[in-house]
Design a protein around this ligand. Structure first.
Ligand SMILES: C[S@@+](CC[C@H](N)C(=O)[O-])C[C@H]1O[C@@H](n2cnc3c(N)ncnc32)[C@H](O)[C@@H]1O
Length: 330
């Protein structure tokens, strides 16, 4: 890339700028995974109507076109999209579904799988339809489209097994005593093979991830440098699920709307190379503090933040040569 990064770590680099321009600097067929969450329709400053929706879709499709070129043949593009209502009426926008159809029909992406991120801790919204008039249930599920360049993206669900239920643990411990094998109505024979311990249960496409992570280190750092924390951060488990499932160590993971760079931090922890692109320099500067050890002095952290704000490149490995690996919450 010929652009200059805002900061570097052992595995990655963060850039401040428009991600479409930054993306186009990457060699074609070089990216293993683009994992991202774009600015949502309703957060865009314009009034939300049909025209704006179409503009938004065109804008996103232009990103999709470039992403497809930059992905390896076995690469994936995972995009998290929050739901939205049409302006002023209790009727849903179909923008996330329209976008999926355009990615597939116009750009030739494959829908490897549709995922749904259920955030049980989401506050009731929209206030008018849920809290006040009680006409709609609270909107607690985001659509997460897993798109791929070919029908055969790299993937291994054994890396993202879910914890066994208590019932399954008992079954594994004592298969004979637990039940007599019999055929289920579906015709599946639930015999002894179901009692083998595979280290966890197969994951489903409903990801139950409360967005209640404390983010202590990031929030403390924002407080220290007097920066506003990013308002729409991923819970680390969301990008972690896709990074683990869809890439190997050293593959390249890119977040084109990186915000507080949760994706970069997760990728660093699982030893994937990563790139983060973000338009707002304040968010880029605050995200750097995720990678600095808590033991460093406040002066060093504030200094690094200010240098990035001033447009300098900061090599974070000069503060801590071994990567500061962050633990993805259990
Ligand atoms: C929904 S937030 C992403 C939050 C991120 N997932 C996290 O964990 O912090 C979207 C981000 O996209 C950034 N953004 C908007 N337009 C952009 C552009 N053209 N290029 C790069 N970043 C952009 C916004 O500043 C915002 O921080």
């Amino acid at each position: 890339m010929h652009s200059v990064p805002s900061y570097k770590t052992a595995y990655g680099q963060a850039f401040c700028g428009d991600s479409l321009e930054l993306l186009s600097e990457l060699p074609d067929s070089s990216v293993g995974l683009v994992m991202t969450s774009p600015p949502f329709v309703l957060q865009r400053p314009k009034e939300y109507g049909n025209l704006e929706q179409d503009e938004y879709l065109d804008w996103m499709v232009s990103y999709g076109r470039t992403i497809k070129r930059k992905l390896r043949e076995d690469g994936s593009f995972v995009i998290d999209l929050g739901g939205a209502y049409r302006k002023g009426v209790p009727s849903r926008s179909l923008y996330n579904f329209r976008l999926l159809l355009r990615f597939v029909d116009e750009l030739g992406f494959h829908l490897a799988e549709d995922f749904y991120w259920f955030n049980p801790s989401k506050l009731p919204s929209p206030i008018e339809w849920v809290n006040k008039r009680k006409l709609r249930a609270k909107d607690a599920v985001n659509t997460v489209w897993w798109l791929s360049k070919t029908e055969w993206p790299k993937a291994d669900i054994r890396r993202v097994l879910a914890p066994y239920s208590e019932r399954m643990k008992k079954l594994i411990a004592d298969p004979e005593g637990f039940y007599t094998p019999k055929k289920r109505p579906s015709g599946h024979d639930i015999g002894a093979s179901f009692a083998s311990d595979n280290g966890g249960s197969l994951p489903s496409n409903l990801l139950n991830i409360p967005n209640t992570e404390s983010n202590g280190q990031y929030l403390d750092s924002c407080r220290l440098v007097n920066a506003s924390p990013h308002p729409a951060r991923f819970p680390a488990k969301l990008p972690a699920f896709f990074v683990e499932m869809l890439t190997d160590p050293d593959d390249l993971v890119v977040d084109i709307f990186a915000g507080s760079n949760t994706t970069g931090q997760v990728a660093e922890s699982s030893r994937r190379r990563w790139l983060a692109f973000e338009l707002d320099r304040k968010y880029v500067a605050a995200s750097a503090l995720r990678f600095l050890p808590g033991t460093l002095s406040d002066d060093i952290k504030i200094g690094a933040y200010q240098k990035i704000l001033a447009g300098e490149t900061v090599d974070l490995t000069s503060y801590s040569p071994t990567p500061t690996l962050f633990e993805i919450p259990a």
